[in-house]
Design a protein around this ligand. Structure first.
Ligand SMILES: *Cc1c(COP(=O)(O)O)cnc(C)c1O
Length: 388
């Protein structure tokens, strides 16, 4: 007998690859094995596929195909954006602005640049996770080269006001980068409307393969490459172009665009069902913004329980994650939730539900039952220990 597997509610961490995506990728492993740089039939076939993918990605965000640089994912795209712009615009200044709730793939390149002598402002957020635009306005200076603000937060799903941020950057002549790893395919994104100069993608958060992504770079924007070698991607990203992965990324984006409206409605509804049921728990708090949020994301904190024990209790039945990084025995509370003003105990006792394409109302009902049961269980054992 095969053991029952936990219900997968961790789509913010990664998603399964869609069957259509696998089917699109398969021919490019063996049937069409060419290197897009080669000058023969095999090379041309691969080159055509990559060209088509570039058009598809560009269309999805209202960019031009030549503004797309393929990378290994959003971590690389963010590193290229931040370090590459910092190096290329040294003449303009050494000031960068980002936000405390960014993904580490933005925060760490910024910390690295600080060590090299750059100055970075890490903007705080308000209680519901949004930045204060007035504060951003006051932070921008003539030597600010880059502003990096994510489109959708990976822990809370909070959506930042990108168009307003883009307008402020434009006013102050600072370049605007947004990490859209969580947002692409889930909310409409138009680089013209938001006036973004750089935007990071990844495949595996939208039912594409892991290990592929892209950076949109507005025409006329200078950037220094991270990798030096064969000069692929106009010298901005050396390394043999990963044709099958790029075809997969493109198919995933195409599908996401096709189904965005219906999927978003479906996920919002499931998320509301889950939240409704979980509110039977006393001392439960929603983390993030009630409406300015990704459709499939629900992040909650439960008062008076140990977050790690709660996760362990749930593991056999529900695959979710905590807001905290569980690498160590005593995990640090999530930097995102503490930036929202949650105290360490509540930040540690958080659960992130990431709902996805294949989840059903039945999954949600079962998951809620498991969570309610686990919380009740933990609270009663904790009370028993206290009383003994
Ligand atoms: C997942 C994620 C990343 C990292 O993407 P990879 O493709 O795994 O490198 C970066 N930023 C955000 C917001 C993410 O959710």
């Amino acid at each position: 007998m095969v053991a029952k597997r936990p219900i997968y509610l961790d789509h913010q961490a990664t998603t399964p690859v869609a069957p259509e995506v696998i089917a699109a990728m398969l021919p490019y492993f063996a049937e069409h094995p060419g290197n897009p740089s080669s000058g023969h039939l095999y090379g041309w076939e691969a080159e055509a596929a990559v060209k088509q993918a570039r058009i598809c990605l560009a269309e999805a965000i209202h960019a031009n195909p030549e503004e797309i640089i393929f990378t290994s994912g959003a971590t690389e795209a963010n590193n290229l954006a931040i370090k590459g712009i910092a190096e290329a615009y040294l003449q303009k200044g050494r000031h960068i602005v980002t936000v405390q709730t960014e993904h580490n793939a933005v925060l760490e390149p910024c910390r690295y640049l600080e060590k090299l002598g750059f100055e970075v402002t890490y903007l705080p957020v308000q209680a519901q996770g949004l930045i204060d635009l007035q504060q951003l306005d006051q932070t921008l200076r003539s030597d600010t080269v880059l502003v990096s603000v994510m489109a959708a937060n990976n822990e809370t799903g909070v959506l930042q006001p990108l168009a307003e941020i883009g307008a402020l950057c434009q006013q102050h002549q600072a370049l605007f980068h947004t990490d859209a790893a969580q947002a692409i395919g889930k909310i409409p994104l138009d680089v013209q409307t938001i006036q973004a100069d750089l935007l990071s993608f990844t495949g595996h958060k939208l039912y594409g393969p892991k290990g592929v992504g892209a950076l949109y770079l507005r025409r006329g924007t200078r950037i220094a490459p991270l990798l030096h070698g064969g000069g692929q991607e106009k010298g901005l990203r050396s390394g043999t172009v990963a044709t099958p992965m790029i075809v997969g990324l493109s198919k995933a984006v195409e599908l996401a665009m096709l189904h965005q409206a219906t999927e978003s409605q479906q996920l919002s509804q499931l998320r509301e069902e889950l939240w409704q049921q979980l509110q039977k728990i006393e001392g439960i708090y929603l983390n993030g913004h009630p409406t300015q949020r990704l459709p499939g994301c629900l992040n909650i904190s439960v008062a008076g329980v140990d977050g790690n024990r709660l996760l362990r209790e749930l593991q056999p039945n529900v695959a979710i994650s905590s807001g905290s990084a569980c690498a160590s025995a005593k995990p640090a509370p999530s930097h995102v939730l503490t930036a929202l003003g949650r105290d360490a105990a509540l930040a540690r006792a958080s659960l992130r539900f990431g709902l996805g394409r294949t989840n059903t109302s039945d999954d949600i009902a079962q998951a809620a039952q498991h969570v309610i049961h686990a919380v009740t269980q933990l609270r009663s054992t904790q009370a028993a220990t206290l009383n003994s």
